[in-house]
Ligand binder design. Structure first.
Ligand code: FE2
Length: 424
């Protein structure tokens, strides 16, 4: 395959990209197309590595309304509602919903997803379903699974054994939820046990950590402590970290360098944080999202996750990581040119670092996975939620869409309405 005349995320334009045997063989201006190569005319549009979702719940997705909707809109009613739904789940329905979501993902150029999977079910029904889904979507999507004790590692009977069983079955990452344990001490203990388990098995860690508006929820400090103590730098992620939004600034000033020293990754989930957090506030209402620009400035890798799509916690969403990044941009007021680029990176390269994806990127030797966006720059892609014109995986086209145009033309230009042009 030869992709001709693309613009890259770093601003280089007029770039051709040559694919051989599923990898990027060359990148530069005016490359020759080998005989019989499939030529993709990029037309100057933006060629990006695929979107990566660093935090999702594929076992719950597309279950909105089953058996009822979340009336309060809170995290805790969502957890209770998921508890009502769990006994009704069947493996067939879980697989069908997850595969339907994966279709959406591919169409949106989202080709790598880290999904938490609830292990607080002695049958491990969702674990087995998502392992099956991981196998079936492997040609299209890197699906990484996290063993997630939704009801608490120490709080839910049998959770530890089920988590270990899930890892034995092939689940990739160790999960947890320290702020949901019965006490802060139990939360601290759960972080220690989970990090030690990951260190023993050579696995990564990704905890739902401090997903609360309580500024005293400080399990991220313990997570950084054990990551550093056990030599797990670069392999441990704190997801949500919403309590950091409400923490005392002096405490955060101590915490940020400790997180950077421990090589923690941070994942914010802007759509979910802005809807679930601050629910008990009067006005002014807190936004609840963690301190993204400050974490980045401290040297912490920050990614954005979708977290939920049409499930007990969130009735909206469509696998569109540009929507996720746009919400993150707005909530964190990341409006400078450099900050908008950081928001784009949070759903591409930074998220790939969270997952530890091999061969990710648009450089020679990388996997030939990319998406052609109908935009001229990352900021424009965010502004337009740009159409995904072509989605490629391993040098094969998985999805195509026509350019988004309409024929109404009040400005009197010769072509159809072009959202990428402006008169100024
Ligand atoms: Fe989550």
């Amino acid at each position: 395959m030869l992709v001709r005349n693309a613009t890259l995320v770093d601003g280089r334009s007029g770039i051709d990209l040559l694919v051989q045997e599923g990898r990027i063989a060359a990148l530069g201006p005016s490359l020759a197309a080998p005989p019989e190569a499939e030529v993709v005319e990029a037309g100057g549009w933006l060629l990006s590595p695929p979107f990566v979702d660093a935090h999702f719940h594929m076992d719950a997705t597309l279950s909105h309304g089953l058996p009822r909707v979340n009336e309060s809109g809170t995290l805790l009613e969502g957890i209770a509602l998921w508890g009502e739904l769990k006994p009704m789940l069947t493996q067939e329905a879980l697989v069908e919903r997850a595969l339907a979501y994966c279709d959406w993902a591919v169409a949106r150029g989202l080709l790598a997803i880290r999904s938490h999977v609830d292990v607080c079910d002695p049958r491990l029904l969702a674990v087995e379903a998502l392992l099956e889904v991981r196998r079936r979507v492997a040609p299209y999507i890197d699906l990484q699974l996290v063993a997630f004790p939704q009801d608490g590692l120490l709080r839910a009977p049998g959770a530890w054994d089920q988590l270990v069983r899930a890892l034995d079955l092939g689940v990739d990452v160790v999960g947890g939820i320290p702020h949901f344990e019965r006490s802060a001490a139990d939360g601290t203990e759960s972080v220690r046990r989970l990090c030690e388990l990951a260190a023993e098995r050579g696995l990564r860690v990704d905890l739902h950590c401090d997903e609360t508006d309580d500024p005293q929820s400080r399990h991220v400090e313990t997570l950084a402590y054990h990551a550093q103590r056990l030599g797990l730098q670069g392999r441990v992620t704190g997801s949500h970290l919403t309590s950091m939004h409400s923490m005392d600034n002096d405490y955060v000033a101590k915490l940020l360098p400790l997180m950077a020293e421990a090589g923690l990754h941070a994942v914010a989930n802007p759509l979910i944080n802005i809807t679930l957090q601050g629910r008990r506030d009067g006005y002014p209402k807190r936004r609840g999202m963690t301190r993204v620009p400050e974490l980045l400035a401290a040297g912490v890798n920050v990614a954005f996750g979708h977290d939920c799509v049409m499930d007990p916690w969130y009735a909206l969403g469509s696998a569109d990581m540009l929507e996720v990044a746009s919400m993150g941009l707005h909530v964190a007021q990341m409006t400078s040119a450099a900050a908008m680029r950081q928001c784009f990176d949070a759903v591409t390269t930074n998220a790939a670092r969270v997952l530890g994806l091999e061969g990710y990127g648009l450089e020679p030797g990388c996997r030939a996975d990319f998406v052609l966006l109908q935009a001229r720059s990352p900021a424009e892609a965010l502004r337009l939620r740009a159409q995904r014109l072509v989605v490629v995986r391993g040098g094969k086209v998985l999805a195509r869409a026509p350019q988004a145009v309409m024929s109404l033309n009040l400005a009197g230009r010769p072509a159809a309405v072009d959202f990428t042009r402006h008169p100024g």
